[in-house]
Design a binder for this molecule. Structure first.
Ligand code: UD1
Ligand code: UDP
Length: 440
């Protein structure tokens, strides 16, 4: 079996790294295709060094451009590599343009696609990431989802439960593995020479930093924050727009704000762990915050990581100046709220996501499920039905008795549930797909 990993940006390198390590450890043949979307040393190469990854086998060198051009160049480059390398499966991670390009090209070449972090939805189509993850999921064969909540998004889109693997998020695997290494090798705290409590900030999402009004509101909030030192490793996109809108020097001059270049993963893990609060619009940092027990405020109006909010570790504050400052003041003034946020249970698993994913990929390969073929059976399609089950059976027992049926979703009172094979469905409503024989 040969696996092709597609990566393009900082978070993809970090979150794919435990999976790459696992594949490497099992002696499976693999190639790394870097699209080159992130290319500065501190946005790309730094992470290969921190995470001890091999150099990419291919770098498409796409660089920065409009979404259309960037995606087109990536697709052309990825297609050429896949045609010559002929992998059995292409793995993409998250929701960047690399995911869109990689999944689309592989699906058109009838190569199986595994989407790591599939099924996340913000239900906000103004976000480029939402379009990327939705299109990628149309092309995906194996869906690796972090939580049951995410799996349910896919069930409602008609994805078959047998193609969904609830594994947790590889962000936890990466945190667990690298925190110990980081605590020995990182000197970031002594280098920064900070006193008092730290608020670590990241900001880069297009909807915040490319919009003058939103950025102005966030900057105003940052200038008003009291009682904390703000450490702000600034993403290159944000440097560009802060300068363009004339806001960079205001922040730079503020005595309580430390603007620094983006830092490596090991240093960032140490900075996060030593922070009183994390304020961010990043996806990955919302997950890392709850993994590292640091309360998080998210500078967004919606999140595709609602589990962090439901668990109590994350508060959405949008780009509203008053909401940002008042929530920070509230959390700092109320220790029981602070402790409650700190202790929010981590919904993203136990750090074994990458092992579970590689197990699933190997099983699928051994069962011939990575060969993408047209359906062999002549079928009249599928009918969806709702049924109330009055027998004492589990999902697996029901499907064994009714071989033409698949249980898609189980409704337990008001809550939709994933149809785990050992789940008892007695007295519950189930939605099934039933294959219909073709009528000739
Ligand atoms: C991309 C992803 C976003 C992800 C983020 C991770 C898409 C649509 N967006 O956003 O989902 O959260 O990566 O950080 O795929 N630039 C540099 N050096 C670099 C890279 C970028 O200077 O190494 C500057 C360029 O001016 C570029 C701008 O940053 O135009 C934006 O980069 P781009 O890759 O388009 O999007 P990100 O904002 O990084
Ligand atoms: N990160 C880092 N250095 C920094 C800022 C972030 O190593 O200066 C890491 C962080 O630990 C997380 C990832 O980058 O794992 C998040 O990436 P980003 O916020 O760029 O993208 P998103 O998760 O929003 O797609």
């Amino acid at each position: 079996m040969k696996i092709a990993f597609i990566i393009g940006t900082r978070p993809e390198i970090i979150k794919m790294s435990p999976l790459i390590d696992e594949v490497d450890k099992r002696g499976i043949d693999y190639i790394l295709i870097h699209t080159g979307q992130h290319y500065d040393f501190e946005m790309s190469q730094q992470f290969f060094m921190d995470l001890e990854l091999k150099e990419p086998d291919y770098n498409i060198g796409v660089g920065s451009d409009s979404h259309g051009k960037q995606t087109a160049v990536m697709m052309e480059g990825i297609e050429e590599v896949l045609l010559s390398e002929k992998p059995d499966i292409v793995l993409v991670q998250g929701d960047t343009n690399a995911v869109l390009a990689g999944a689309l090209v592989a699906a058109k070449l009838h190569i199986a696609v595994g989407h790591v972090e599939a099924g996340l939805r913000s239900y906000d189509k103004t976000m480029p990431e939402e379009i990327n993850r939705m299109v990628a999921d149309v092309c995906t064969n194996l869906f690796f989802v972090p939580t049951e909540e995410t799996a349910i998004n896919l069930l409602f889109e008609g994805i078959s439960p047998e193609d969904i693997f609830i594994t947790g998020n590889t962000v936890v695997d990466a945190c667990h593995r690298n925190l110990k290494i980081a605590s020995k090798s990182s000197h970031i705290m002594s280098e920064l020479k900070l006193e008092g409590d730290i608020l670590s900030l990241t900001l880069h999402r297009a909807e915040n930093v490319d919009d003058r009004e939103r950025l102005e509101n966030i900057v105003e909030a940052l200038l008003n924050i009291q009682g904390l030192t703000i450490v702000f490793p600034v993403h290159p996109r944000t440097v560009k727009t802060l300068k363009k809108f004339g806001m960079y020097s205001q922040l730079e001059k503020a005595p309580h704000i430390r603007m620094i270049k983006p830092i490596g993963y090991l240093d960032f893990l140490i900075l996060e762990s030593n922070s009183k609060l994390l304020v961010t619009d990043s996806g990955g940092i919302q997950e890392e915050a709850i993994t590292l027990d640091v309360p998080c405020l998210t500078l967004r109006y919606n999140t595709e990581r609602p589990e962090t909010v439901h668990a109590g570790g994350n508060i959405l504050v949008g780009s509203n100046t008053e909401k940002i400052t008042s929530n920070i003041a509230r959390i700092l003034a109320d220790d029981s709220l602070y402790q409650q946020m700190k202790k929010a249970p981590n919904p993203y698993g136990d750090g074994t996501a990458s092992e579970q994913m590689v197990d699933a990929i190997q099983d699928a390969f051994n069962q011939g499920k990575l060969e993408i073929k047209p359906p062999e059976k002549i079928a009249g399609g599928q009918m969806k039905k709702l049924l109330i089950v009055d027998e004492q059976v589990t999902v697996a027992e029901f499907e064994e008795k009714n071989p033409d049926c698949t249980i898609n979703i189980v409704f337990d009172g008001v809550n939709p549930k994933f149809p785990h094979s050992n789940l008892s469905i007695h007295g519950k409503t189930i939605m099934i797909s039933q294959s219909c024989a073709a009528d000739f």
